[in-house]
Design a binder for this molecule. Structure first.
Ligand code: FMN
Length: 355
């Protein structure tokens, strides 16, 4: 297995692990700084990042933009020279403003999924920030790579391939999830190989390497080896980093991970318009039983959200979870969450994946 790191624009990633961005409030400056310090890539999620700011309810964009600096500074305090960036979901309202702010702050990289970040190259023009789209199917990889080459004459600085075992929102239809999910998860390896062949075409065209990380269910040394043997340069990991001391989530959130039963991991419909994987908290049980929540206030988080038809507000549910309120909280998780058994340090998680 290749154990070397990879080059990300001008920086060298010593440990080929990208810590996946996790909103709301799960991967902030604490976790991202710790992962960057350990030699990986630390990602701060911008999704409603300002939820602890006093003016969040009145002016969410202002609060979020301010919090981006606070969390970035926090990560930089821990890791002045490591690789620190932002995860900015394409589906977010004010996507362009978050991207611009991340560049102004000097972020090393922006990772964007939850939709295809078609205009990301235009928004980072003039900055050194590396850009990394997340794709899940060869169809989306083809569309995006062709579009960027044609419209912006550029290729990604890093490509994230996120599979069906991942946490949070998933880039698959319910039917695709059934086809790729357990016990058929190896079927997805064919898709990974097809995506790798597609990116090789563009590498040749531009005579430039595109490092690739594979995400979704990577929870052990064996899983890292499998990804590397397929031809990846590294992995992106979310779930394993939630049960770390440095993770920014509440202790109650981490305890949900440590106590979950495999049967309590559910695929849900999200107002984002994509399926998501989550733990069945008391709140989720009510929602899955058809309860519809009264939405008191819109936090303007998504570009497209049909307030009349959604059963709950995703911002309220994710903020409640981040704060530890499981009676009202949505807890996203990866398919292998039930294997997490103890609270660890980031360095221990990285050792268990790489050594
Ligand atoms: C709690 C949680 C929140 C997440 N939030 C985001 C997010 O805001 N944006 C995003 O692109 N991916 C998000 N993800 C996906 C992760 O970044 C990562 O790619 C994925 O979880 C990898 O799979 P794993 O959790 O099995 O390691 C989230 C995942 C989890 C578990």
């Amino acid at each position: 297995m290749k154990k070397n790191g990879f080059k990300l624009k001008e920086k060298w990633v010593e440990v080929p692990i990208v810590q996946g961005g996790m909103g709301v409030g799960i991967s902030l400056g604490g976790l991202a700084g710790a992962v960057a310090k350990a030699g990986g890539v630390g990602l701060i999620s911008t999704a409603q990042i300002g939820f602890k700011e006093p003016d969040f309810d009145q002016a969410p964009l202002v609060a979020n933009i301010r919090a981006m600096q606070k969390e970035y500074d926090k990560a930089r305090e821990t890791s002045p020279f490591g690789v620190v960036g932002f995860n900015i979901m394409t589906a977010l309202a004010n996507y362009k403003e978050y991207v611009t702010r991340a560049c102004e702050l000097g972020a090393d990289v922006i990772v964007s999924g939850a939709g295809l970040p078609v205009d990301l190259p235009a928004y980072v023009e003039g900055f050194d920030t590396a850009i990394a789209p997340i794709v899940s199917t060869v169809k989306s990889a083809k569309t995006l790579l062709r579009y960027w080459a044609k419209k912006y004459d550029r290729i990604p600085d890093l490509l994230v391939i996120e599979g069906p075992m991942a946490g949070g929102h998933l880039g698959f239809t319910t039917e695709q999830l059934a086809a790729y999910g357990e016990p058929n998860e190896n079927v997805y390896e064919v898709e990974i190989q097809a995506i790798l062949r597609e990116k090789e075409k563009w590498e040749k065209e531009y005579n430039k390497k595109i490092p690739v990380v594979v995400a979704g269910g990577v929870d052990s040394r064996e899983a890292v080896t499998r990804a590397m043997n397929l031809g990846a340069d590294g992995v992106q990991v979310g779930t394993r980093f939630v049960t770390t001391v440095e993770c920014d989530a509440s202790l109650e959130y981490k305890m949900q991970y440590l106590n979950v039963d495999k049967n309590d991991i559910k695929i849900i419909k999200s107002p984002v318009g994509m399926p998501g994987r989550a733990i069945e908290t008391p709140w989720l049980k009510r929602i899955r039983n058809g309860e519809k929540e009264t939405i008191r206030k819109c936090h303007a988080c998504l570009k497209h959200c049909d307030r009349k038809s959604i059963p709950y507000c995703i911002t309220d549910a994710l903020i409640a979870a981040a704060k530890g309120d499981m009676e009202h909280g949505l807890v996203f998780c990866g398919a292998n969450v039930y294997k997490s058994k103890k609270l660890e340090k980031v360095a221990e998680v990285i050792d268990s994946l790489m050594k």
